[in-house]
Structures are given as C-alpha cells and as structure tokens.
Design a protein around this ligand. Sequence first.
Ligand code: 6PG
Length: 468
Amino acid sequence: MNTFDFGIVGLGVMGRNLLLNIASQKFAAAGLDLDAEKVNSLQQEADAGHTLEATTDVTHFVGLLQRPRAIMLLVPAGKPVDSAIQSLLPHLEEGDIIIDGGNTYFTDTDRRFLELSAKGIHFFGMGISGGEKGARFGPSMMPGGDKKAYERLRPIFEAIAAKVDGEPCVEYLGNGSAGNYVKMVHNGIEYGIMQLISEIYDLMKRGYNLDEDTIQKTFEEWNESDLKSYLIEITSHILKQKDDNGQRLINQISDWAKSKGTGKWTSQNAMDLQVPIPTIDAAVVMRDMSKSKPERIEAAKKLIWNTDASAVNTAEAIDSLKETLFFAILITYAQGLAQLRTASKEYNYELNLETVTKIWRGGCIIRANVLEDFRKAFAADPNLANILLDDAIAEKLNQSQAGTRAVIQFAVQKGLPVAGLMNSLAYFDAYRSENLPTNLIQAQRDYFGAHTYERIDAPGVFHTEWND
Ligand code: 6PG
C-alpha cells in the first residue's frame, strides 16, 4: 500500500498502453476502470511480471498511491473528465496532482484548474499523441499549467516519452491550458496533412491513372526523402494491406470520414483569434463533405464535367506531386504554428515554439523530418512570426511552387477536388502579396455602411459620400 508511483484512471486503449509503458520503465503504476474486463486483462500483465495493479475500486486505487498522489485521467473529453474528478475528490488530499491526458477543450482545463486549486489539488492538462503504439512505446506529450506539479512528475514522463537524438519528446510548454491548446493545434495540423495526402492519392489514382502498385511504392519511396514522416509511412503500409479476399483493403473502406472534434475546434478558435488556417479549415470541411454520400451519388449523375484524357509522363507527374505535397505540408505547419504564436499572446501561455517543434519531432502523429527544420528556424529567431519568413523554408517553398501550380491546374482541369492543396497555395499567394485587393472591400464597407477606411497616403480615418 501507498507505494505506487503513478495512477491512471481509464484503461481504454490509451490508458492501458500508457500504464504498461510506465510499468516497463520500472515505475509502479496503478490503474482504475469501472469495466472489470479491462481491469482483468491488465491485471494479467501484472501476473506476467509488470509492476502494476488494476482495480475497479476507487478507494483501493487511491490507497495504492504514494503521497502526494499523481493520477492521470485518460477518459473521453467532456463530462467523463468531470465525473472522474468528482469520484476521486473525496479520496484525495491537499497537494495531490491530477493530470488530464485527454483531448480536452482548453477552456475546460482552465475551469477545472480554478475549481481544483480552490481545493488544494494541483491540476494540469497534458496532450498526448501517438495513438496505441505511441502510448505503449513512446508518445509525444504536451504538458502545460502547474509547472511545479509537472516538475515532480518529470522523471516519469521523460522516461516514457519518445526520444529523438536522446532528447525526450516531452517538455513543459507554458501556462494554463497551454498543453491542451498545443495538442488541439497538433490535431488541426494532423487533419490538414491527412487531407493533403488523400488528395495526392486521388490525383495519382483518378488524375494520372497510376496503377496501385506504383502508388504504394511511391509513398514508400517518399518516406525515404524530405517527406519522411509518420503519416506518409502509414499511408504506404495502408496501401499495401490486403483484406481476407486478397483485395486491397483501401478500396473496400467507406469514404465517410468521421471526427471527434479537435480539428473543428482548431478552426473555430482560429476564427476567434482571426488567424488564417485555410488548409486546416478545408480538411474539416472535406470530412463534412464526405458525409453526404447519397447526395454525391445523385450529383455525380447531374453535375457533369467531361475531362480530357491526355497522356502524361508518369515520372514527371510523380515528381510534381511530391513537390506539391511537400509544399502544402509546409504551409499547413506554418498555419498551425502561426495560430500557436497568436494564441500564446492572447491566452498568456508564453509558448516557446522551438520547444513545441522539438517535442513534435518524435512520438506524435505529425512527426516528420521537417520538424527539425522548424526547430532550427525558431532557435535562430524565437520571434519568427511565421515559418514562411525563415530563409531556408522560403527557399524550399520557392523551389517547389512551380510543380504545385502545375498539379493544381491539372486537378482543376480534371475536375478533381483538391481543397487542401488549393487553400495551401492560396495562403502562400496571399501571404506573399504586398498588396491585397481588400482595399476594395474597405471601400464597399464604407459605401454601404459608412464603416470608414484608412488611406495609404495620409494618416487618420476617412469616410466618403460615394456617388450613386
Ligand atoms: C493523436 C491523435 C488522437 C486523435 C485521433 C482521432 O495525436 O494521437 O490526434 O489524439 O484522437 O487522431 O481524431 P479524429 O477522430 O478527430 O480524427
């Protein structure tokens, strides 16, 4: 009794695997779940030699833990988190620590922090990325909030985190709900990159008529290039997988893409902060578009575009597609990182984007070789407003934009939906425009609503009585 280092509430996929990870690092870990089946299956691991104990009894669970107790919640975001806290509270004492490791909306973390600190309980949110395997063998973890409480648990988190060049993919990120906010934007970027990969796949298949083996091998090869990343890697694995009938499984999977909400939250909050993240917005929108299958079947018969089937040079097409995907992925990260920069000011997080990009290099779903380039960019200039302004990144974008423009033109001509790619290019073209046509919008606002405008040749605020 009273000897366990760490407790986890919620022994679903993430909770179970994280607990096994902790136990593998020779920390004693206790697990709580109301589901006896989950508890029993974890308890079998204890019998297999792991330093762990699982139970359905909250009193027993809390009694196992050393004081001050450290308990991580890995339950679905929203009400289940509040219920788990309520069930623990009668058993806890001042100084105990609760960590929310789920995909919680950041304002909920701010609220819970206030409620729990009034009771003397330390509370902080920590985004965890990497899915089942990451949780078991090394996730990326994004803690924020109560720094002292984090410091106390740092040895455990550093031991279980993914490592890149020996550096653990976990580091204290900032004040308040910073950890949950960074994880939310991580997921927004995840949505964006997944959308872009699916568009490139569609272009390969329906656009350039590449055969399935070539498509699969291309993703495999790209994962040995500057596109090297977890999402490209798993795409190459997915495209290889056969079902029980020997068919490629991907062709049997329904195209209705589901979501749990973190991508939408990223877009919603970006709108609140007035930070443009159009690639991520497009990714959310395309998952929504994917829902309306019956309408799409009907529309496919009515809204016709006859595409020409002109021959293409396959090798050239693959090179251009690679440039396009690389270009658009860089732009997606740029949008998410710019959102973090603004959110940090707005919510007083005091984020260091070098740290964020550093801990995203391993363990998480958006881990990629380019993260090291971003880390270097922020190390060289911690105040960099946007990674597009970093010389090395700008050079990469300048080099890959010709291929991107050609591929998008091709997609338009073919009538293929490439909202993610188009929005990435539109962001790039708007960002590099010294002058945008929004002067006309200002004039229109003043014309119909006397909303006033500013001039480029004189200071002050102006209104014109426009001639009808
Ligand atoms: C991660 C993932 C994970 C997320 C899933 C599902 O970093 O490990 O982001 O936290 O829950 O990717 O997200 P959607 O259901 O919204 O696609």
